[in-house]
Write a protein that binds this ligand. Structure first.
Ligand SMILES: [Zn+2]
Length: 141
C-alpha cells in the first residue's frame, strides 16, 4: 500500500497536465510505515530527459537524477519509495516498456491524461520475479 495525500496527488496531476502531450515523470520520497506501507512525504519533479522525438511515449530517469534524489532524500531523513509518470491518452496501467524498466520494491504511480486532463491515478508494484506488475492500493488520494 502507498499513502499519498491529496495534495501530492494534485501535484502529480498538475505536472502531468502541464507536460501534456508529453509524459512527465518524478520521484517519490517518503518513509516506510509500521506495516511496510510507503508514505509519500515529498515529490521531486524530474525534467523529461528523453529527446524530443520519443518524449510522448517514453519516460526516463537518468542515473544522475536518481543519485541527486537519493542525496535529497537522505538529507531529509527520507528514502526513495517510488516513481510517478503520466500516460498521455493511454490507460493508467503499466506498459511493456514500464515492466522492462522497473525494479522490485518501488511503487510506480501512473496517471492517465485524457486530452490534457488528468484522469485516473493508480499505483503498481513489480512482482519479485519481475514477470508482472500488481496493482497497489493508494490511501489518502
Ligand atoms: Zn508508462
Amino acid at each position: 500500500m502507498i499513502v499519498l495525500d491529496r495534495e501530492f496527488a494534485q501535484e502529480i496531476n498538475l505536472h502531468a497536465e502541464a507536460s501534456y502531450p508529453d509524459e512527465c515523470c518524478g520521484i517519490l520520497l517518503g518513509i516506510l510505515g509500521e506495516e511496510k506501507e510507503k508514505i509519500v512525504k515529498k515529490l521531486l519533479n524530474i525534467d523529461n530527459a528523453r529527446d524530443e522525438a520519443n518524449r510522448h511515449n517514453r519516460f526516463l530517469i537518468t542515473p544522475a537524477d536518481f543519485a541527486k534524489a537519493s542525496f535529497a532524500a537522505i538529507k531529509e531523513g527520507l528514502e526513495i519509495v517510488g516513481f510517478y509518470h503520466s500516460h498521455p491518452d493511454h490507460p493508467s496501467a503499466p506498459s511493456q516498456y514500464d515492466l522492462e524498466h522497473a525494479w522490485p520494491f518501488y511503487s510506480y504511480i501512473i496517471v492517465s491524461v485524457k486530452k490534457g486532463q488528468a484522469d485516473i491515478i493508480s499505483s503498481w508494484e513489480l512482482e519479485n520475479d519481475r514477470t508482472k506488475f500488481n496493482a497497489e492500493a493508494i490511501k489518502g488520494a
